[in-house]
Design a protein around this ligand. Sequence first.
Ligand code: FES
Ligand code: FES
Length: 158
Amino acid sequence: MPTQTFRLNGEDVSVDVEDDVRLLWVLRDILGVTGPKYGCGINVCKACTSHINGKAFNPCSVRVGDIADDDEVTTIEGLADTVDGDLHPMQEAWLDIDVAQCGYCQPGQIMAAVAKVRQAQSEGRAIADTDLDEIRNICRCGTYHRIREAIKAGAERM
Ligand code: FES
Ligand code: FES
């Protein structure tokens, strides 16, 4: 079985698994990293949203064999380590605004939010409502109003 190596939350990891296994299952079932949630498995619900090299992606739709040795995968578990603090500012904003209901979609929502704010910042501008409209993460509990409020609050601290 091929050995797959990549960077995960700041560390090198290696797993023996076939190339065509999707990364979400490698993370959750082999490596025990369960922050990225399984919702649809087909790149629609965005519950599994994580980052690859700082950008949002959905590991349910990526073959582990397509991840390079030096690709840096970050899940919600490693998000706080990307900043100087116990929590990422977006996580703090989430707690302040008490966004979560059942919580299932929330790791993906936070990862999508951070990537979207970084994208706006890299273009030298503040996050706008049109950016928030582009986030497609589904929340079955309907916390969208609080999510939008939290993203704006978190963005001010990023
Ligand atoms: S589980 Fe990945 S997008 Fe739905
Ligand atoms: S908080 Fe329940 S699915 Fe979003």
